[in-house]
Unconditional design. Structure first.
Length: 276
């Protein structure tokens, strides 16, 4: 089956047309969506209406659906695997206004996530940015690529736990910080075979064998390279959007510019593998 796709921007991403995710369950359709996902990193489906169960079922085609490992947020009543991202005057949203790859502090970080926009705060508010971690690596010199491929980095949840416990964001306290984990600085995608830079400024603590100061200089420089405008897709949310991204080869940044305006998203996350 051929999907009708249109590019979202030059850096990455495609919109998928003519698919109803609540009804189209045939394996041939899902396999074609998976191929498009691996090629485009970010996929957008407009005007979708999914129940939490349908949302979980679609996400589970890509991998087992797992809750957030730190457990600071409630899941949907009927589907506890669904992370509820809600904002209102009484229920402040969790803020993710920093560049990151989701849960890179885990031994096996997520494959990716699928977000369903049930209520948006208004046109031009609460956009999400994505950057392509394949292309930033491929644009570096061969010598620097080789140097980075020989490095490993330590990833930590400490900053997230501290922010969760100190901010007034309606989250449950996290009792302890998980131990740091080591991942390769350059990881190979298990399906495409392409190599992607795998560091992020929020969870990557330092390179193994390097000082914090030395590491931060390079992590910040690599982040600046990765987040140049020409390497970014900016998603402007509309009600009914379903957006999925590959956490293994993209970072993202959720802009928080909507104050107490109502916003309700459901997110399902597919389990991933240990980076190699």
């Amino acid at each position: 089956m051929n999907l009708e796709l249109s590019p979202l921007c030059g850096a990455m991403g495609a919109e998928v047309h003519g698919v109803d995710l609540s009804r189209d369950k045939e394996s041939v359709i899902l396999n074609t969506i998976q191929d498009a996902f691996h090629e485009n990193i970010v996929l957008l489906f407009r005007d979708q209406c999914l129940t939490p169960a349908q949302h979980v079922r679609f996400t589970s085609f890509f991998g087992p659906v797992e809750p957030h490992p730190l457990g600071s947020r409630e899941g949907a009543p009927s589907q506890p695997e669904i992370l509820v991202l809600e904002n209102s005057a009484d229920t402040p949203a969790p803020r993710n206004d920093f560049w990151h790859s989701d849960i890179s502090f885990a031994e096996c970080p997520p494959l990716g996530s699928v977000i369903h926009a049930l209520e948006v705060p208004g046109e031009g508010l609460g956009d999400t940015l994505f950057c392509n971690m394949y292309s930033v690596l491929e644009e570096l010199s061969p010598g620097l690529q080789k140097t980075l491929e020989g490095l490993r980095a330590l990833h930590s949840a400490e900053a997230l736990v501290r922010r969760n416990n100190e901010d007034d964001n309606n989250a449950k306290p996290i009792a302890s910080v998980p131990g740091m984990v080591s991942h390769p600085v350059v990881r190979t995608h298990p399906q495409t075979g392409r190599k992607a830079l795998y560091v992020n400024p929020y969870f990557t603590e330092r390179f193994e064998g390097w000082t914090l100061e030395e590491s931060r200089l390079w992590i910040d420089w690599l982040t600046q390279r990765a987040t140049r405008l020409e390497n970014i897709y900016r998603h402007r949310w509309r009600k009914g959007d379903v957006l999925m991204w590959d956490n293994r080869c993209a970072m993202h940044y959720a802009i928080y510019d909507y104050g107490s305006k109502p916003r309700l998203f459901h997110r399902a996350t597919a389990a991933g593998e240990r980076p190699i």
